[in-house]
Design a protein around this ligand. Sequence first.
Ligand SMILES: [Zn+2]
Length: 296
Amino acid sequence: MNEYVGIDIGGTKIEAVLVDERNTVLNTCRIPARPGAQNVLDDVIGITRRLGGEPVAVGVGLPGQVDSVTGVVRDIVNLDIVKLELGREASKALGIPVQVENDVNAAALGAVALIDDQVSAGDTVVFLNFGTGLAAGVVRDGHVERGYSGSYGEIGHIPVDPNKFLCNCGQRGCLETVTSGGSVAKLWPGQPPLPDLIEKAKAGEPRAMEVYGIVQHGLADTIQVVGQAYDPKLIVLGGGMAKTGRPLLDMIVEEMRRREETSHFITSLHLPERLRLAPVEQPIGAIGAALAAPRD
Ligand SMILES: [Zn+2]
């Protein structure tokens, strides 16, 4: 059975898996991320060799502008990369094909693979990455949707929030100014922010209740945007914020139920029933990157 390597490159760590054709994880490896194009290239090559086995192809998921056709990655601010021909350079050094993929798209593929008992051929699944920012990975019939310009899942910069908080994209009121892990940390600098916010709001602390309401409203708007625009079978909650687990899901469902009370239309969409928490205890980014690796 063929073996594949999947590598998930984040701002602070690199996580890699060796899997077989059935996505069974045969080996894992995790190292700290080092900034700089040459370091990232060296680490991709090094971690692939450390995993051992006999991989026939490698998939790499990473943030920034990722061109999955040319293998070129650009503008990864956290890693101090302006431009890196990662696909070509890594493939040359390793002697096997190396496919690069946007990290949210890779995580979406990984999430779909890990909940595959609930997904059938032809289904659309939206993976929401509540990370530093907010973006969606959309998988239809096992393939990543890219759209015309590659910005298919960039829902985080849809300006809808009435608070009109300034977004670092230059607009005001973007969804991600209230619903990303980064924005929650800014609005509620607790440790960790979302669980602390939920706890204090439930205890009736006025400022916490106010922030809770803002975040909850934005989360429900996000679910409606993806539910109504993509009409997926499942909406998977992932990214750092999803580590909050059940309380995050409850927070969203509470607001969706409130909206259903006054809207037959919203009720008819059955959005709460479509929500799933990503299996965040598993390396879904790396497993998904392995699925993005070229296969025969
Ligand atoms: Zn924005």
